[in-house]
Design a binder for this molecule. Sequence first.
Ligand code: ZN
Length: 264
Amino acid sequence: MIKFLLTLGLTLGLAGWTAPWADAGPVLILDYHTFLGTHTSSLDFSDQEAISQLQKMESLGFRFVGLKDALAGKTGKELSLVLTIDDGNHSVFPAYFKIFKPLGLKPFLFIYPHAVDLSRFTMTSKQIRELEKEGLDMGAHGYFHDPMGAYTWEHDPASVRTEALKPAAPLTKIFGYRPTLFAYPYGVAPPPVQALVRSAGYDWAFAANEKIVPVDFSDPKLDHWLVPRTIVYRWNLPRLFRYLKHYAERHDMKEQEAQAPSVP
Ligand SMILES: [Zn+2]
C-alpha cells in the first residue's frame, strides 16, 4: 500500500499535477430577490441601497466570484462572495444594468418558468436571453414556486414532484441549455425531495435562509443537495456586515503576522 502511494505521489509529482482546489477558499453565497425600492418587503432594496451594500462589501476587501467559478474551485484562497438572485422579478432586468454591470458583477439567476412572460411583474423570456448575452448564468427554482418542504412532501407529493421535474424542459427552451443547478423555492427540502431533484438531472441544489454559512466546495463532506445560501433581508444586513467586517479583520491580522519579520 505504501509503495503504491509513493508511486502515485511520484507519478503525480512528475506530471506537475496540482490539486484543482489548491487555491480554492470558501464562499459565502448571498441571495437577493427584488430591486423595486418600494420597501414593501424585507427582501426588497432600491438600486442605491444595493449599490452601497456591494461597494461596502468590496471596501471590506471581499471579491465577488461567479457561482459556476466557485463550483469549479476558481475562488482564490480567502472568503469570496457569490451573488444569486431568485425568482425572476421584473426589477432584476433593469437592476442588472444599473447596479451589477457598472460594478462588473454577474449574479447567478434562479428562475421558475411559470413566472416567465407571466405578467408585468416578472421578466420576459426576451429579457432573460438578453441577460444571458451579458454573460449571466441561470438555474431552476421550481416550476410554480410552490413549497418543497417536509409538510408539502407529506400532504401533496404531486405538487413537489411538479416543482422538481417540470422546470427543466421549459427552462431549456428559454435558456437554450438544460439547467444543472436548482434552488428550492422557500429554501428548504427534506432528503427524499433532495433525491427527487437529483433524479431530475441536476448537479447541485441550493437552500436559503438567514444563516451565514461559508461554503467550501472542496470539502468532500459538503452536501451537494442542500448547499447553504444567505438571504439578504433588510433586517439581517447589520448582522451580515458585522460578520464580514469581523472576518476581514481576522484575515488582516493573519496577513500582518505573516509579514512581520521573524525574531531570531
Ligand atoms: Zn424564490
